[in-house]
Design a protein around this ligand. Structure first.
Ligand code: PAF
Length: 279
């Protein structure tokens, strides 16, 4: 496994090969490692990038305190047979003021409504990384459902010759979705955190049992989180295909949520496949 810091060196190294690529911000956990394994089953060589992207953090967010754990990350990647770890500096990736991609209106909904500019920052860095690595395949986790959706849309709209694969969310035994931000939780918050997934699963059960008033289901989920001390950004049931409000009779839905425990913002989602006739 080779660590590469410079764009030119990575380009020279990858010239003529079509890699499988997993972009990350580091502080790797089992969720990332599952994406890396998925990548290595689909193409070789495998490239993992580790870059805490300042463009996707808003003022007052956790850019400065985001955990940077390069040594530990490399120790996790090496046994997986990763070929190259690309670790650019901010100056290497953004040597001049960086203009942002313009994203579709969906980027301002759900998480985007609470983190203005976040997805423009994500898609801008992902497009740059795609241009640098020129992978054949790239893998993203379903935990960041809206991010995955917007990246797929970018790949389609800009005709990028890249297959986007998605990895299932990896969870702790109590259901909490693995996230680098879980490390911010106090022991009490960590004990409370699985409620987010439980709440989404309860919402899914209500849908499967025939409940169809989405606004009521969402409000109930918000209420039950708030009653346990969460500050809820949103709970929303959307179409899997468009991430917009589901159409009548639509069956493939996803319930998404973002909420804070103390200073830590957690997100999660569950997919719901309704039986016929759908909504
Ligand atoms: O999901 C992440 O870790 C980041 O948003 C990504 C895709 C690596 C872009 O910085």
């Amino acid at each position: 496994m080779r660590l590469i810091h410079s764009i030119n060196e990575l380009r020279r190294t990858l010239s003529g090969v079509s890699a499988a690529f997993v972009p990350t911000m580091g502080n790797l956990h089992a969720g990332h490692l599952a994406l890396v394994k998925q990548a290595s089953r689909s193409a070789r060589p495998v490239v993992v990038s580790i870059f805490v992207n300042p463009l996707q953090f808003g003022p007052g967010e956790d850019y400065a305190r985001y955990p940077r754990t390069l040594e530990a990350d490399c120790a996790l990647l090496e046994p997986l047979g990763v070929d190259y770890v690309f670790v650019p500096t901010v100056e290497e990736l953004y040597p001049e003021p960086q203009r942002f991609l313009v994203l579709p209106p969906l980027a301002n909904e759900l998480c985007g409504a609470h983190r203005p500019g976040h997805f423009a920052g994500v898609c801008t860095v992902v497009l740059k990384l795609f241009n640098i690595v020129q992978p054949r395949v790239a893998v993203f986790g379903k935990k960041d459902y809206q991010q995955l959706h917007l990246i797929r849309a970018m790949v389609r709209e800009f005709n990028l010759p890249i297959t986007i694969l998605s990895g299932e969310t990896v969870r702790d035994s109590d259901g909490l979705a693995l996230s680098s931000r879980n490390g911010y939780l106090t022991p009490e918050e960590r004990a409370e955190a699985p409620r987010l997934y439980r709440t989404l699963r309860a919402l899914r059960e209500r849908l499967l049992a025939g409940a169809r008033d989405l606004a009521t289901l969402e409000a109930e989920a918000v209420g039950s989180l708030a009653a346990h001390g969460w500050q809820v950004d949103y709970v929303s049931v959307r179409s899997q295909a468009s991430l917009l409000a589901p159409e009548p009779r639509e069956r493939a839905l996803v319930a998404l949520a973002a909420a804070r425990l103390g200073t830590t913002r957690l997100i999660d989602n569950v997919e719901v496949e309704l039986p016929e006739p759908g909504l």
